[in-house]
Design a protein around this ligand. Structure first.
Ligand code: NDP
Ligand code: GDR
Length: 356
């Protein structure tokens, strides 16, 4: 069998790290792209890294950027991947309102740059392409649950940029016969989720409040509802999408939805705290029933100019065509995240390290 060679953009992110680990376990040679940064940014994949000086190693990282075509073309020419997973993106919805142009450049035109690199190098028949599309495409609720045929109505510069990424992937599949597929993934989380996404922000704060490093968790909209799964299950789905008989677009989701408020309650329950809600609107607080202290407060700076109120996905197509379904429950996810953040918080408390 010919060697399977994967290229992962965004390998330093949550999904990139889990996907690299998974593909290595399947025997792939995995190449990742990382951005140049003034400080180390490979913490999530350091455990996979081996010194290339010792000989043939299966995991290699290259400098690259989704905004630089020359660099992407050269890397593709060198690596000649059999599978590309395009996970790199400015992936924070709130940040996309602050940096809309950069978000469009990386998340929309970046996809085009990769697809064009495949064409320019004549790799249409040898390379399969996965695009990290998102439930944010659905935005303003048109249908519940959301599936592949649900109309899109994005609600942020991020969602709009990803809409371009989705359609340019479909277009290159149809125009040039490429094996190019979209995974329309609903929110997926883990202990290595970025600290500013709401689930991780909550579990990290719960842990730090528990060990006495912090007093208060500041949040925005508590009523938003999301379909939260475990990232490890979703990266397996990405791989399955590229092993299908033909290229296509698939929703990956759990089919369950919960509000940010429920997530807060469940995370605090992991450390034996019950939250009672008092007040209204921006004055609402979440009070720890045992200590009587307000541990959750609203900070309006976290409200978004346009919000996505409700996401819940129907992954029947992925189940039927690919045999994919999530293995881990939401309760298991929250338990794992709180346990991991508690271990970190205890370590930080031992070192006397407080929030900045
Ligand atoms: P992360 O934010 O954890 O990771 C994003 C990755 O992209 C990081 O490696 C980041 O590098 C890299 N990156 C950002 N900008 C550039 C750039 N200009 N050039 C090269 N690399 C860049 O995201 P996730 O792992 O959670 O998500 C992976 C992908 O899936 C993203 O495209 C996201 O939009 C999409 N998605 C995520 C979902 C989720 O719930 N997690 C759901 C649906 C879609 P650095 O480490 O240097 O910041
Ligand atoms: P989302 O994830 O926007 O769904 O995008 P995020 O965790 O940022 O927000 C989820 C919901 O929580 C509300 N919220 C807050 N969010 C953050 N980040 N911080 C807060 O303090 C806070 N308070 C309330 C938000 O308003 C929102 O409704 C994620 C990203 O991974 C995208 O890249 C991906 O495409 C989608 O999931 C699917």
């Amino acid at each position: 069998m010919t060697k399977r060679v994967a290229l992962i953009t965004g390998v330093t992110g949550q999904d990139g790290a889990y996907l690299a680990e998974y593909l290595l376990s399947l025997g792939y040679v995995v190449h990742g792209i990382k951005r140049r940064s003034s400080s180390f940014n490979t913490a999530r994949v350091d455990h996979l890294y081996q010194d290339p000086h010792v000989g043939n190693v299966p995991f290699l990282i290259h400098y690259g950027d989704m905004t630089d075509s020359t660099n992407l073309i050269r890397l593709m020419q060198q690596i000649r991947p059999t599978e590309i997973y395009n996970l790199a993106a400015q992936s924070h919805v709130a940040v996309s309102f602050e940096s809309p142009e950069y978000t469009a450049n990386a998340d929309a035109i970046g996809v085009l740059r990769l697809l064009e690199a495949i064409r320019i190098l004549g790799m249409e028949k040898e390379t399969r392409f996965y695009q990290a599309s998102t439930s944010e495409l659905y935005g303003l609720v048109q249908e519940i649950p959301q599936k592949e045929t649900t109309p899109f109505y994005p609600r942020s510069p991020y969602g709009v940029a990803k809409l371009y990424g989705y359609w340019i992937t479909v277009n290159y599949r149809e125009a040039y016969g490429m094996f190019a597929s979209n995974g329309i993934l609903f929110n997926h989380e883990s202990p290595i989720r970025g600290e500013t996404f709401v689930t991780r922000k909550i579990t990290r704060a719960v842990a730090r409040i528990e060990v006495g490093l912090e007093d208060t968790l500041y949040l925005g909209n508590l009523e938003a509802k999301r379909d939260w799964g475990h990232a490890r299950d979703y990266v397996e789905g990405m791989h399955m999408i590229l092993q299908a008989d033909k290229p296509d677009d698939f929703v990956l989701a759990t089919g369950e939805t919960r509000s940010v408020r429920e997530m807060v309650e469940l995370a605090f329950a992991q450390v034996g705290r019950r939250i009672a809600w008092q007040g209204q609107g921006v004055d609402e607080t979440g009070v720890d029933e045992t200590s009587g202290k307000a541990v959750v407060r609203i900070d309006p700076t976290y409200f978004r100019p346009t919000e996505v109120d409700l996401l819940v996905g129907d992954a029947s197509k992925a189940r039927q065509v690919l045999g994919w379904k999530p293995k881990r429950t939401f309760a298991q996810l929250v338990e794992e995240m709180v346990a991991s953040d508690l271990a970190d918080a205890k370590r930080d408390a031992g070192r006397g390290k407080h929030s900045v």
